[in-house]
Design a binder for this molecule. Structure first.
Ligand code: NAG
Ligand code: NAG
Length: 246
């Protein structure tokens, strides 16, 4: 190591001589560091550089001034201490039990699965779902994208309804296995009211009552026939025009 430090000046005459720079100095201590900290892999700079990258990407909404930075630092230090403690042979069993409970309560939105592959985890509900080139949303999120024509049962004729919520389905491992939609069906038009669109069979429009059934239909994406546009006109009537491209 000493020979290398000495010859460095000869090989690279442009470098500043006399006082060794910190990197060169640190290199002389690699032996001690190996004894102190173990394999280089766990303390070389890649993890730190990675961490800097993570920190730089945190959205701070342009807040500076130290408070948020301090919170981030303290949280990271706490996390590191807990990690360290959990791996310590003296760590009490109760702490391990608490960790298991904590992991069950707070499933991270994204976490590596058993294969260490990064799998996206979803929350319980969604703000929208893409279907057949359309974006469908619950009524509360976006009324214009919440009306659909769907089959409540595979054998039944299609009806119009309003999406109330879109639920992510998970298996017991917390993996996303699909989605289901909670829909309130539009009541059929009362016999006393007239559907002026009946006489235009080639125009994909039908009148329903503006009111919704209280009972909920729970359907899958496959049960959706089309996204529909809704227009409320007189006497609590709503015409639904299918927006299907076929
Ligand atoms: C509503 O649907 C249209 C067409 O699918 C889409 O372009 C738009 O982004 C959607 N709006 C919302 C808020 O999801
Ligand atoms: C139709 O009327 C219902 C009930 O009043 C209302 O919730 C809905 O937003 C209306 N839809 C349109 C497209 O005006």
């Amino acid at each position: 190591m000493k020979v290398w430090t000495r010859d460095l000046q000869t090989l690279f005459p442009h470098i500043r001589g006399s006082t060794p720079r910190p990197n060169i100095h640190a290199a002389a201590h690699i032996y001690d560091f190996l004894l102190l900290f173990g394999p280089v892999l766990s303390w070389w700079y890649f993890p730190f550089e990675h961490l800097i990258g993570v920190l730089q990407k945190i959205n701070t909404n342009d807040h500076t001034g130290g408070e948020m930075e301090a919170t981030i630092m303290k949280t990271m230090a706490c996390t590191a201490n807990i990690h360290c403690w959990l791996r310590h042979p003296d760590c009490p069993d109760a702490i391990h039990v608490l960790k298991d409970l904590f992991d069950k309560c707070f499933v991270p939105v994204s976490r590596p699965d058993a294969l260490n592959e990064f799998v996206e985890r979803k929350g319980t509900h969604r703000a929208y779902v893409a279907h057949d080139g359309d974006n469908l949303s619950p009524f509360k999120t976006h009324p214009g994208n919440s009306t659909i024509i769907y089959r409540p049962l595979p054998s039944k004729p299609p009806v119009a309804g309003q999406i109330q919520s879109i639920e992510n389905l998970h298996n017991h491992d917390g993996q996303n296995t699909g989605i289901c939609l909670h829909v309130h069906r539009h009541n059929l038009l009362s016999k006393a009211l007239y559907d002026p669109f009946l006489q235009f069979p080639h125009f994909n429009a039908k009148t329903y009552s503006t009111t919704l059934r209280a009972a909920e239909d729970i359907i899958g994406l496959d049960d959706i026939v089309a996204h529909a546009a809704q227009y409320n006109y007189s006497h609590g009537r709503s015409v639904m025009v299918s927006l299907s491209r076929q």
